[in-house]
Ligand binder design. Structure first.
Ligand code: S3P
Length: 450
């Protein structure tokens, strides 16, 4: 397991202009859900473009442990699901490694089953709050038989004979919590309702509908979404082509913006509007990003992105935009380090409960490399230095601490491609959780990373 492996430091240094075409791996959110819903549905699901990162593979292993049949033939993953309501009690604990999405959604998926399921994970995942998912599950009749203090893993759940449908208003902007309740509703008689005051990524809603669930969404006059799902219906296997992950695309994208002379194309990127906050923000900052060949593939908008190096300027990123770019703040902070003036990011409270406390991990890494920034309770202000003059310098002894967080690792490697002095991170192992091809892809564009 990656978290048990010896730390593998890596160093990025000032690189020549990046050039060429790249294809980022499949979207992580859609890949997790493809394994889950395919594993649950009746009949066959065929998936191409799946992200084969460690996180998603853990979800596949969990679905297998609960009765799904999953195999890879050529480029295609073929799944024969159990049928809705027919998952089996796993023989051992489900080990989700580093994966918050996999574990939280699966807690919803199986929590309402009349069986015992134990969830474990690595040091990062074991430190993350699970109460946000356990609270609604408790209301549905799920017993939490075991949990570490603060509702943390290891966690053992036992569902009731018949779960109770609830109406649940999601208290924080979280697609994981929304999804966990909707998935719990799949195995619950009657209508489960989720009220979502702030819209987050809508892959669960879209995909469940595609699999045949009776799910409807009504948006009221204040923009609050009411999502209704009818439990115990039939789900039918689907054919899915997973588009490229916009969160992963953020790394080569920012790299091309900050490395002088760069001109690259990133192909087949998911453009779902609940995921495009980074793109919008970078365009506001003066980033030269052309959206080429916009198209619809399998119900999702996708496009190719041409990115050229740009003179960036600081902006204020409104708090309302946070859900559409929640995983992208670390790499945005890197872009901001090369911008003229101040970039102010607000509404960042959720960053504190990601794979690491991303707000402090980013601020500490920036300061270590000479960037002038201020960490607030839920905000980050970065005052950039165009050209990266004087920036960098985190050496082997003082490497950026990545805290088992893949996005911190990738963000700071991107930073080092344009700083005057190299940037070293303490451990590149976790990159494999979401973007195993990162090093090869970046080097293929001309990035100097060792
Ligand atoms: C995800 C939701 C987000 C995001 C995560 C993937 C999902 O988490 O950070 O990487 O696939 O539903 P939260 O729901 O905690 O914001």
């Amino acid at each position: 397991m990656s978290h048990a492996a010896a730390p593998k430091p890596a160093t990025a240094r000032k690189s020549p202009a990046l050039a060429g075409k790249a294809r980022v791996p499949g979207d992580k959110s859609i890949s997790h859900r493809s394994f889950m819903f395919g594993g649950l549905a009746s009949g066959e699901t065929r998936i191409t473009g799946l992200l084969e990162g460690e996180d998603v593979m853990r979800t596949g292993a969990a679905m297998k442990a609960m009765g799904a049949h999953i195999e890879k033939k050529g480029d295609e993953w073929i799944i024969r699901g159990t049928g809705n309501g027919a998952l089996l009690q796993p023989e051992g604990p489900l080990d989700f490694g580093n994966a918050g999405t996999g574990s939280r959604l699966t807690m919803g998926l199986v929590g309402t089953y009349d069986m015992e399921t134990t969830f474990i994970g690595d040091a990062s995942l074991s430190g993350r709050p699970m109460g946000r998912v356990l609270d609604p599950l408790r209301q549905m009749g799920v017993q939490v038989l075991k949990a570490s203090p603060g509702d943390r893993m290891p966690i053992t759940l036992r569902g009731p004979k018949h779960a109770a449908p609830i109406t649940y208003r999601v208290p924080m902007a979280s697609a994981q919590v929304k999804s966990a309740v909707l998935l719990a509703g799949l195995n619950t008689p009657g209508i489960t309702t989720v009220i979502e005051p702030v819209m987050t990524r809508d892959h669960t809603e879209k995909m469940l509908k595609g699999f045949g669930a009776n799910l409807t969404v009504e948006t009221d006059e204040r923009g609050v979404r009411h999502i209704f799902i009818e439990g115990q219906g039939k789900l039918k296997g689907q054919t899915i082509a997973v588009p490229g992950d916009p969160s992963s695309a953020g790394f080569p994208l920012v790299a091309a913006l900050i490395v002088p002379g760069s001109d690259i194309v990133i192909e087949n990127v998911l453009m779902n509007p609940t995921r495009t906050g980074l793109l919008l923000t970078l365009q506001e900052m003066g980033g030269r990003i052309d959206i080429l060949n916009p198209r619809n593939a399998g119900g999702e908008d996708v496009a190719d992105l041409r990115v050229r190096s740009s003179d960036l300027r600081g902006v204020t990123v409104p708090a309302e935009r946070a859900p559409s770019m929640i995983d992208e703040y670390p790499v945005l902070a890197v872009a901001a380090s090369f911008a003229e003036g101040e970039t102010l990011m607000q509404g960042l409270e959720e960053l504190r409960v990601k794979e690491s406390d991303r707000l402090s991990a980013v601020a500490n890494g920036l300061k270590l490399n000479g960037v002038d920034c201020t960490e607030g309770e839920a905000s980050l202000a970065v005052r950039g230095r165009p050209g990266g003059k004087g920036l960098g310098g985190s050496g082997p002894e003082t490497a950026v601490q990545t805290h088992l967080d893949h996005r911190i690792a990738m963000s700071f490697l991107v930073m080092g491609l344009a700083t005057e002095k190299p940037v070293t991170i303490d451990d590149a192992n976790m990159i494999a959780t979401s973007f195993p091809e990162f090093m090869g892809l970046m080097k293929g564009l001309g990035a100097e990373i060792v």
